[in-house]
Design a protein around this ligand. Structure first.
Ligand code: UDP
Length: 325
C-alpha cells in the first residue's frame, strides 16, 4: 500500500517526536529530519524500525533535498527554550529564517501543504491579555529572546509571502507553553527545571517573585490541535494552547505537592524580557477547528512526572545546561 508522505523537521525534538507518532498512527509515511543540536534520537528510537518511518540527519538551514512525493510538511525544527537561545542564537535565527525559506521552496516544488510552528513569543511581553491572534505583540528585537521571537515573526511573514505570491497552501500555528514526556530535563524551562530539582532534593528556582503567569498545555492536546489545523482550510495564524492560567509561584507549589518534596521555592533574579503574563485566547481554534484542550494540568503533570521519574539517575544529575549548578 502506498502511504501519503509527511516531512517533519525537528523530528527528534519534544514536539516533533510526538507529531511523528501521531502521523504514523494516522497511517502516513513519515520522513523525520533533525540536525540533533537540541533533539535526541532516543525520542524516536521506537520508530526507527518501522518501514513507515525514515530519518534524515540534516540541518534544514542548508538546502533540503527529499526524493519522492510529499503531501504535508510540518516545520518544527528550532531551539525552543531561553537557555538554548542564549547558547545558540545564530542557529536559532537561521533555522526559522533560512530554514523556513528552504522548507517553503521544497513545499512549492512538491506542491505540498506546509504548516509552520510559530509561537506565543511573537506576542513578546504582551500588553493585551489574553492574547488574540490579531494582537501584533510587544517584542524587543535586541534582547535575549530577540533571536527567537524575531526569527519566528520572520517565519510567519515569509510563509504569508509564499502563500500570496506562489499560492502554496500554508498553515501557521502559534504554540503556547506545552509540556509532557520527552521534554529535555535540563533545557531550563520551568517544568523540567522544577521537577528535576524536586527529584534531586534541591530547592525550586523561582525567577522573580513568581507573580508572572503562564498557561500550560499537555502535549497530546497540542498535537491534536495541530493535526486539525493542518487538515483545515484556514491559512492565518491560530493560537493553540491551554487557557488555564497560573502564576509561576502557584505552579511551583503544585510541583512540590505532586512530588511530595520537602524543599521550598527560592527566588532568583527575573531574566530580562521575561513575559509577565501569557494566556491564549482560543476562540478561533474552537470555532474553526472545533478544538479545545481536554487534559487537565493535574492529569498531565502526573503523566509527565512519571516520565521524569523513570529516567536513569545519571540523566537526572547531568549538569550540562543546568543554569544554577
Ligand atoms: N522560570 C522559573 N524558574 C526556572 C525556569 C523558569 O521561575 O527555573 C520562570 C521563567 O522566568 C518564566 C516561566 O518560568 O517566567 C516560564 O519559563 P520557561 O522558560 O519555561 O518558558 P517561557 O518563559 O518561554 O514561557
Amino acid at each position: 500500500m502506498s502511504r501519503e508522505r509527511v516531512l517533519i523537521t525537528g523530528a527528534a525534538g519534544f514536539l516533533g517526536s510526538h507529531l511523528c507518532d501521531k502521523f504514523i498512527k494516522e497511517g502516513y509515511h513519515v520522513i523525520g529530519m533533525d540536525n540533533l543540536v537540541t533533539g535526541d534520537l532516543r525520542n524516536i528510537e521506537h520508530l526507527m524500525k518501522l518501514e513507515q518511518f525514515e530519518f534524515y540527519h540534516h540541518d534544514v538551514s542548508k538546502f533540503v533535498h527529499v526524493p519522492g512525493d510529499i503531501k504535508y510538511i510540518l516545520h518544527f525544527a528550532s531551539p525552543a527554550s531561553p537557555i538554548d537561545y542564549l547558547k545558540i542564537p545564530i542557529q536559532t535565527l537561521k533555522v526559522s529564517s533560512l530554514g523556513t525559506h528552504n522548507i517553503l521552496g521544497l513545499a512549492r516544488a512538491k506542491k505540498a501543504r506546509v504548516l509552520v510552528a510559530s509561537t506565543s513569543e511573537v506576542y513578546g511581553d504582551p500588553l493585551v491579555h489574553p492574547q488574540t491572534e490579531d494582537y501584533w505583540g510587544n517584542v524587543n528585537p535586541v534582547g535575549p529572546r530577540g533571536c527567537y521571537d524575531e526569527a519566528k515573526r520572520f517565519m510567519e511573514a515569509i510563509t504569508m509571502a509564499y502563500h500570496n505570491v506562489h499560492h502554496i497552501e500554508t498553515r501557521i500555528v502559534r504554540i503556547f507553553n506545552t509540556y509532557g514526556p520527552r521534554m529535555r530535563l535540563n533545557d531550563g524551562r520551568v517544568l523540567p527545571a522544577f521537577i528535576g530539582q524536586a527529584l534531586r532534593g534541591e530547592d525550586l528556582t523561582m525567577f522573580g517573585d513568581g507573580s508572572q503567569t503562564r498557561s500550560f498545555c499537555y502535549v497530546d492536546d497540542l498535537v491534536e490541535g495541530i493535526y486539525r489545523l493542518l487538515l483545515s482550510n484556514y491559512h492565518l495564524p491560530v493560537n493553540i494552547g491551554n487557557p488555564s492560567e497560573i502564576t509561576i509561584k502557584e505552579f511551583g507549589d503544585e510541583i512540590l505537592k505532586l512530588t511530595g518534596a520537602n524543599q521550598k521555592l527560592i527566588s532568583l533574579p527575573l531574566p530580562a524580557d521575561d513575559p509577565k503574563q501569557r494566556k491564549p485566547d482560543i476562540t478561533k481554534a474552537k470555532e474553526i477547528l472545533g478544538w479545545e484542550p481536554k487534559v487537565s494540568r493535574a492529569e498531565g503533570l502526573k503523566i509527565t512526572y512519571a516520565y521524569f521519574k523513570s529516567l536513569p539517575n545519571e540523566e537526572l544529575f547531568k549538569t550540562e545546561h543546568r543554569q544554577f549548578s
